[in-house]
Design a protein around this ligand. Structure first.
Ligand SMILES: [Fe+2]
Ligand SMILES: [Fe+2]
Length: 396
């Protein structure tokens, strides 16, 4: 028989999310089996897990991709995500055998899965296609698994039980920690941690926690914009106090107003399309207007913020609009006057903001509208409507 060219392992799971326990197992098998390739394969859907805790396959795949960067020979594989209906391991192994001819396959699975193997679709077929690999969770587990291993061997399987150092960690625990706003830096790699925060996965959406919100925006933007966001939040609270808007709403809207500002434009557009946001022709052609729109949709649909005033404050923070609420105006102005701002006329608008919101609005709008016009850029009709409104209000 010809010698197999490559040694490839399939490591499937729901990876909801992938954590350091998974990656330690993957790395240990890469070394032990001298693998040429290890494929992390998230399942499309897992029938035994409750659906509300399960994040989308795309999110789980993306986290596998990030985690794979830290494991030699590993990569994430979306083979099961493209298949419709329930995925069976035997089908995946067959597909891999076609994709990677002349390869020897290994199937890595958790101990809980290992003992249920006889109930899977066509177990004997799986035994022929791949060496079964697992790791015990405890010393007793090792004995149990070995017994199962012997049984599978008598059915024609090849088995590898790797008694590696135990890592006591589960995806459930990671999810619970996130939900309870506890740190997860010792459970998942930095990139996965950031991904979870940036996409607001597993979070408690029913409570307000500013540390959590700060973690979310920090994961989505650079240091500079993060500081700007915190400053806008503080400034918005100050203005809200002065002009009688809800301070907590101002704090939140200020913190989140630029939440999607550093999201790449194509990603923002795809996000708005996925969330059925109607865009005018002008909006579609003006990516600079997008972050206010996509940001308001992000806080509404991803973060589950339901307060219309907060959503509108984010939506209209760059353009303004007619009939703005006091909160909307506070966010609009705070974006101009936040502590780190140091453009030429910042003191002028700061002192106007201490006299009247409308006068500060007029100044800010005149500034941004003329700036756009001088750059031959399109001007959002909301900005013009807002400008006309404040001009007429002040004149009367
Ligand atoms: Fe902005
Ligand atoms: Fe801003």
């Amino acid at each position: 028989m010809m010698k197999k060219l490559r040694r490839i392992a399939m490591y499937g799971g729901s990876f909801n999310p992938i954590h350091d326990g998974h990656t330690a197992v993957a790395a240990a098998f890469v070394k032990k089996l001298k693998l040429d390739k290890l494929l992390l394969i998230p399942t499309a859907e897992s029938p035994h897990k409750s659906l509300d805790e399960m994040v989308s396959p795309q999110h789980r795949f993306e986290m596998c991709r990030l985690a794979a960067k830290n494991i030699k020979k590993a990569e994430a594989c979306d083979i099961e995500l493209h298949r419709s209906g329930k995925s069976y391991t035997v089908d995946t192994l067959r597909e891999l055998a076609e994709l990677y001819p002349d390869s020897e396959f290994f199937l890595i699975m958790g101990a809980d899965m290992f003992i249920t193997l006889p109930e899977w679709k066509q177990p004997e077929e799986i035994f022929k296609l791949a060496t079964l690999c697992t790791v015990p969770r405890s010393d007793e587990d090792f004995i149990t698994l070995s017994e199962y291993g012997e049984k599978y061997k008598s059915m024609g399987a090849q088995v590898c039980i790797l008694d590696m150092k135990k890592i006591d960690l589960s995806s459930t625990e990671v999810r619970r920690s996130v939900f309870e706003d506890k740190p997860i830096s010792k459970m998942v790699c930095g990139d996965v941690e950031r991904y979870i925060y940036a996409n607001y996965l597993y979070m408690d959406k029913t409570t307000v926690n500013y540390d959590r919100f700060r973690r979310v925006i920090r994961a989505r933007m650079g240091e500079k914009r993060y500081i700007h966001s915190c400053n806008v939040s503080d400034e918005a609270v100050r203005l809200a106090k002065k002009y009688g808007a809800d301070e907590e709403k101002a704090r939140l809207a200020g913190l989140l107003h630029d939440v999607t500002k550093e999201t790449p434009h194509p990603e923002q557009l795809a996000f708005m399309e996925a969330h059925d946001v109607p865009l005018t022709a002008l909006e579609r052609k003006s990516p600079k207007l997008w972050h206010a729109i996509s940001g308001s949709v992000f806080i509404r649909d991803v973060m589950d913020i339901t307060d219309e005033d907060i959503i509108n404050a984010v939506r209209y923070h760059t353009s303004g609009r007619e009939n703005m609420s006091v909160l909307e105006k506070c966010i609009f102005i705070a974006d101009f006057t936040s502590a780190e701002r140091n453009y030429d006329d910042v003191e002028v608008i700061r002192s106007l903001a201490n006299k009247s919101l409308e006068e500060a609005m007029r100044y800010g709008l005149a500034f941004s509208i003329s700036d756009l016009a001088l750059k031959n850029a399109a001007i959002d009709p909301n900005a013009i409507a807002c400008y006309n409104e404040v001009v007429l209000t002040i004149d009367n």
